[in-house]
Design a protein. Sequence first.
Length: 240
Amino acid sequence: MIQGVSFDAAGTLLVNRYQPGRFARSCAEACEIATTVDDEVPYLRLYRSRIAEFWRVNQTRDLSKVEEFWFQLTSDWLEEIGEDPRLARAVMAEGARQMYETDEWFMLYPDVQPAINHLVSLSIPSYVLSNWDMSLHGVLAANGLGSSFTVVVASLEEGVEKPDTAIFGILSQRAKQQPGVILHIGDSWKDDVEGALQAGFHAGFVDRTVACDPTVECMGDQLLVRGSSLNTILEAALSA
């Protein structure tokens, strides 16, 4: 019997338009800094060269350290493209505005709120388990989901990503539920379905590109449910 449901974030709960280079350019241009598509290249190079550091600062869960990471990255990028690095704070402020006060980069899929409401009506707790950084909490709140989930696990804060079973174990521990009573729903076959099943969870695979009736496959004591919306997956899983 399913007693808890976890959701992936980007591509499952949220339409994801975010691309780091495009985001940086959009924020810079809003601050009247002229850029070109070519300016995305050094930004991505700088970002990728500092991924290990980004993981480290996220694991501290210290917002000031994360902000300092972005400030240094933004300053170095502006200088590299021939702009004033002192404008980095303004660009970052614009980034926060675009990330948390607009739907330009992330927005809810239409089936999300009804699915969550359905779980609430059944007194089934819901969680988020996502390969994301510390900003996940703010993005969820900005999209009206700040109090919808009893547990939110962002991979960069934990130092491990899906499909590693360890991160599913972290969710199970914090939810205080055994893996075998949790359904995890996501849009990535490898990260969400394979990861969940290997961790002992039930798995739901959402593919909104194809309208179809849900299917339920029993794999021993585990369920694998496929569907084109969160609602149909939940209904099929909960009635199986």
